[in-house]
Design a protein around this ligand. Structure first.
Ligand code: PEP
Length: 252
């Protein structure tokens, strides 16, 4: 059985104190649950990582960075390495978010380096892929998503690829309030799984968690997560309120 995952991407939100408060609230809600069949991940800004990793119950909540440097160490002012992230107690790194691709010009070759840095430090990459609205409208969405997988991930040997979590986030749905329909999400997730199966085999494809991201909220999470190839969500806006995020966790 592959992991069901709900990960909250806080982006550039929350002061240090508010971040600790939010993590404490979510940890408390998740802790109280009888069953823990969903992997819950909080992805705050870098400055929160170490303190949140310290205060959460690591058996029920995990921590992810939102990015890492492509280089292992050295004179790269303002950057944070995967090794530094590992030292905070984080277990995951979001890599290739569309905001990084769009605003910081991160392309597949750079993202490929970041994935390697994460894996070298025993951190699990949550690798984001997804098409622009214009790419979907021109019928190129499958082609775009396939090339993102091929160019950034498909040089990995099978044992390394098996550690990746994929997040399908159609760019037109991120932060817009427009969600992919349940059918659109399932169609693309099935395509991603098939593309992985063509490269690494069916057993590998069936073991990889593929998350949906893009305006996922308590009102639509249940329908999205009910799809056979949707293994959870990468949540932006709705991850900033403990009750909303918890409701999404409970949508399985
Ligand atoms: C995201 O940024 O990964 C995301 C899915 O954002 P939102 O849920 O706000 O669309």
């Amino acid at each position: 059985m592959r992991k069901k995952i709900v990960a909250g991407n806080w982006k550039m939100n929350n002061s240090f104190n508010r971040g600790i408060e939010l993590a404490t609230e979510i940890n408390k809600l998740v802790r109280k649950q009888d069953e823990h069949n969903v992997t819950v991940i909080l992805s705050p800004p870098y400055i929160h990582l170490a303190e949140i990793a310290r205060i959460i119950d690591k058996d029920v909540v995990s921590v992810a960075a939102q990015n890492c440097a492509a280089e292992p160490k050295g004179a790269f002012t303002g950057e944070v390495s995967a090794k530094m992230i590992k030292s905070t107690g984080a277990q995951y790194i979001i890599i290739g978010h569309s905001e990084r691709r769009q605003y910081y010009c991160e392309d597949n070759p750079v993202l490929k380096q970041k994935v390697l840095r994460a894996l070298e430090n025993s951190l699990t990459p949550i690798f984001c892929i997804g098409e622009l609205l214009s790419e979907r409208e021109s019928g190129n969405h499958f082609k775009v998503v396939k090339s993102q997988l091929e160019e950034a991930l498909f040089d990995l040997p099978a044992n390394a690829f098996g550690k990746i979590v994929v997040a399908y986030e159609p760019v037109w749905a991120i932060g817009t309030g427009v969600t992919a329909s349940s059918a659109q999400a399932q169609e693309m997730h099935a395509f991603i799984r098939l593309t992985i199966a063509d490269k690494y085999g069916k057993e590998m494809a069936d073991s990889i968690s593929i998350l949906y991201g893009g305006s996922c909220k308590p009102s639509n999470a249940k329908e999205l997560f009910a799809n056979p190839d949707v293994d959870g969500g990468l949540i932006g806006g709705a991850a900033l309120q403990a009750d909303d995020f918890f409701a999404i966790i409970n949508s399985f």
